[in-house]
Design a protein. Structure first.
Length: 209
């Protein structure tokens, strides 16, 4: 092996060394949470992650999911865990999105995630929906990718949520300025069927007060 070759091999070592700033930057955008795969991308082996967990620097919250200890836990930790384990393309949706937005009294019995897969998969406590989402239909809330309010309303109507609960969500979202009537009317026109009926009825009721 030539001196030049040895030098090249040696200079490549730092690229795989632990990069704390890179890992913390990932975690910071996810309320302090990260996966072992994400840690691996920042140069942290599983053994090193386990070492930091034992030292109290990281907190293991689920299989393959950790939280940087200096970040406090959140009431929605289950959502972060489900989202991270489902993969980067997963988006919080349906009843779970309504709950995050605080637009419904309905307490989700499952965590709802939407993924761009060809077939639905179920895990205990998690409902996987498979459909394509336009980038404009996805936003972020406290580091969680989540369907927009307008898309969320469409999804829960399609899923069979009662018109009463949907009406409450629409009224609250409009009152709080989280969605506009124009956005909802556009969804009604584009979707038709029950979506159009429920949205139109909710807007009409609100206008007639």
């Amino acid at each position: 092996m030539s001196k030049k070759t040895r030098h090249t091999a040696h200079s490549a070592i730092p690229a795989t060394a632990p990069q704390a700033d890179a890992l913390f930057a990932i975690a910071e955008g996810q309320a302090g949470y990260f996966t072992t795969a994400q840690a691996g991308g920042a140069g942290y082996s599983r053994q090193l992650v386990a070492h930091h967990a034992a030292a109290g620097n990281f907190k293991r919250v689920s299989q393959g999911v950790y939280r940087v200890a200096r970040y406090p836990g959140t009431p929605r930790e289950d959502l972060y865990i489900a989202w991270l384990r489902a993969g980067p393309d997963a988006v919080v949706s349906h009843d779970s999105a309504l709950d995050v937005y605080g637009l419904s009294d309905v307490m989700p019995s499952e965590i709802h995630l939407t993924l761009p897969r060809t077939s639905s998969r179920r895990r205990t406590g998690i409902r996987m929906h498979t459909t394509s989402l336009d980038p404009a239909e996805v936003t972020s809330r406290d580091g969680l990718p989540i369907t927009t309010v307008a898309r969320t309303i469409v999804d829960v109507i399609r899923a069979g949520t009662s018109a009463e609960h949907v009406g409450q969500a629409i009224d609250e979202a409009l009152t709080r300025g989280m969605v506009t009537e124009e956005e909802l009317q556009a969804q009604a026109a584009a979707r038709g069927g029950r979506v159009a009926q429920v949205i139109s009825a909710a807007l009409a009721e609100r206008t007639g007060r």
